[in-house]
Ligand binder design. Structure first.
Ligand SMILES: NS(=O)(=O)c1c(F)c(F)c(-n2cc(CC3CCCCC3)nn2)c(F)c1F
Ligand SMILES: [Zn+2]
Length: 261
C-alpha cells in the first residue's frame, strides 16, 4: 500500500538515507495538509511570539541547509500559546527549497508545493535540560513552518541573503549578531497544527508542528541566492544546495487541526 511505497521512497531517496524503520514511525513529517480535512479547534489559543533580536549568534552552512542559530541559554526568545502546553525557546531557523520554483517546500497544502519553506525550531526548556534531550521526547520541540511564495522583494530576508555568500560552502559560519526573525512570520494569526517529527536526521517524533496558513512573499533573486549555496565543502567538486526537502510522509492515524474556520 501507500505506506510501504513511502518507506521504500524514504529508504531510496538520495538525500534522506533514513533507516527503513523509524522507531514507532507513526508520526513522521512532512505531510500534505488537506485543507478540507483539517478540523477547526476553537480551544486553540493565539500563538504568542517574543523574540529578542540580540540573541542571534551566527549563520552556519551545515551541509543540509543554512541555519541561523540563537543563544538559547535564557528565555529571551520564546513562543507560547497556540497548541503548546509550555513555552519553547528559539534554537535556530533554516529553510528548505527547490532547484526551480515549482517545488521546494516540505509540507504541501492540498498537494501544492511552495518554492521554499522556513522552519523556526524551538525546544521545551521548561521540561528538558538540553535541546539534545528535548529532540528525543514527544513534546520536546515546536517548529513554526512558514511557506515562501514568489512575489515582492522581502526587505527583512535581504539582510540574511546578503550574508549567504560568506557561508557558500559546507561547515562555514559567519557572525550574524542582530536579527529579529519575527519579520519572516506573516501577521495573519491563522495556522494548522499536528504532531510530527524532525524532517532531518535523527527524524525523531518530537515536533509539534505549527504551519502558518499565509505565505510570505520573496522575489526571484532571493530564491536564487539560496540556490547558490553548496552542499559541498571548499575544495570538493561543487554540488548546489537545492531540493533539500524530505519526501511527503503518510498521515497515518493523525488529525490536522486549524486555528481558523
Ligand atoms: N526540518 S526540521 O524538522 O525543522 C529540523 C529540526 F526540527 C531540527 F531540530 C533540526 N536539527 C537537527 C540538529 C542536530 C542535533 C544534533 C544532536 C542531536 C539532536 C539533533 N539540530 N537541529 C533540523 F536540522 C531540522 F531540519
Ligand atoms: Zn526544516
Amino acid at each position: 500500500g501507500a505506506c510501504c511505497s513511502y518507506r521504500l521512497r524514504n529508504a531510496l531517496h538520495p538525500l534522506w538515507q533514513s533507516p527503513l524503520s523509524i522507531p514507532g514511525g507513526s508520526r513522521q513529517s512532512p505531510i500534505n495538509i488537506q485543507w478540507r480535512d483539517s478540523i477547526y479547534d476553537p480551544f486553540l489559543k493565539p500563538l504568542k511570539i517574543c523574540y529578542d533580536p540580540t540573541t542571534c549568534l551566527h549563520i552556519w552552512n551545515n551541509g543540509y541547509s543554512f541555519l541561523v542559530e540563537f543563544d538559547d541559554s535564557t528565555d529571551k526568545s520564546i513562543i507560547v500559546g497556540g497548541p503548546l502546553e509550555n513555552q519553547y525557546r528559539l534554537k535556530q531557523f533554516h529553510f528548505h527549497w527547490g532547484a526551480i520554483n515549482e517545488w521546494g517546500s516540505e509540507h504541501t497544502v492540498d498537494s501544492k508545493f511552495y518554492p521554499a519553506e522556513l522552519h523556526l525550531v524551538h525546544w521545551n526548556a521548561v521540561v528538558y535540560p538540553t535541546f539534545e534531550e528535548a529532540v528525543m521526547e514527544g513534546n520536546g520541540l515546536a517548529v513554526i513552518g512558514v511557506f515562501l511564495k514568489l512575489g515582492a522583494h522581502h526587505e527583512g530576508l535581504q539582510t540574511l541573503v546578503d550574508a549567504l555568500p560568506a557561508v557558500k560552502h559546507k561547515d562555514t559560519v559567519i557572525e550574524f549578531d542582530v536579527f529579529d526573525p519575527s519579520c519572516l512570520i506573516p501577521s495573519c494569526p491563522d495556522y494548522w497544527t499536528y504532531a510530527g517529527s524532525l524532517t532531518t536526521p535523527p527524524l525523531t517524533e518530537s515536533v509539534t508542528w505549527i504551519i502558518k496558513k499565509k505565505p510570505i512573499e520573496v522575489d526571484e533573486n532571493q530564491l536564487e541566492a539560496f540556490r547558490m549555496l553548496l552542499f559541498t565543502s571548499d575544495g570538493e567538486e561543487e554540488k548546489r544546495m537545492v531540493d533539500n526537502f524530505r519526501p511527503l510522509q503518510p498521515l497515518m492515524n493523525r488529525t490536522v487541526r486549524s486555528s481558523f474556520q
